[in-house]
Write a protein of this length. Structure first.
Length: 231
């Protein structure tokens, strides 16, 4: 169980995100289009995970898609841009689905997913969501299993220039969530991902840290992604 990527919801098209990030010295790339969901993205890889900027490309398709992540995107963009949620990778998503259902969580079931890249290639993966009504409550993480092995996927991304040497000089150290009840929320997430709650309402993944911090009022959401230089 580890952090795969973090999602930032934006109004901006992926090409604009890439231009802005590169102007700031960050090697972001156009990810591609999720044609069945009406969305597209830009990506910035670091050593241990990546940042995804997700935006709507075709509103009609997005509204009709009834996809959990697209629905959350449409809901949150009614107020503003901002961090949306996190995605964790698992090795056997079918088994994991049964595992968390046995814990009492309702799920979307395992969903097939794909994205057409800017150069026309097709990337495929499987996704899994905890079934919950979209509200001010913190969205649970969603889960991913890539079609390709991690080694082959990273090799491909390095070879096509998506990941450069500079990308791998930094990593996501922690994801910070502002919530009304940090202890309760950390315990719920820990139960979901079979981890223990550490000091200050934290959950330690194999490659990053999830931190739950208190707030009074407002939506419970991911608010900060801490990226630091690797040692």
């Amino acid at each position: 169980m580890k952090l795969d990527h973090v999602v930032y919801f934006t109004y901006k098209p992926s090409t604009q995100i890439v231009e802005e990030q590169r102007a700031n010295g960050q090697h972001a790339v156009v990810g591609g289009r999720h044609e069945k969901w009406g969305t597209h993205n830009a990506l910035l890889y670091v050593k241990n995970a990546y940042i995804e900027w997700l935006s709507v490309e075709r509103l009609g398709i997005a509204r009709e898609a009834k996809h959990p992540l697209t629905d959350l995107l449409l809901n949150d963009l009614q107020e503003n841009e901002g961090w949306g949620t996190v995605c964790l990778s698992v090795e056997d998503i079918e088994s994991f689905n049964e595992e968390i259902k046995n814990k009492g969580f309702r799920t979307s079931g395992v969903l097939a997913a794909e994205r057409k890249t800017a150069d026309g290639n097709l990337r495929k993966w499987k996704m899994l969501f905890v079934d919950q009504i979209i509200s001010d409550e913190l969205p649970m993480p969603f889960f991913i299993e890539w079609e390709d092995t991690e080694e082959s996927r990273l090799t491909m991304l390095r070879n096509d220039g998506t990941i450069t040497h500079e990308n791998e000089k930094s990593e996501i150290k922690e994801c910070v969530f502002k919530v009304s009840n940090p202890q309760k929320m950390a315990a719920s997430w820990a139960h979901l991902v079979a981890k223990k709650v550490g000091q200050d309402s934290t959950i330690v993944l194999s490659n990053s840290l999830l931190r739950f911090s208190g707030q009074k009022g407002g939506k419970d959401r991911l608010t900060d992604v801490v990226v630091e230089q690797t040692k």
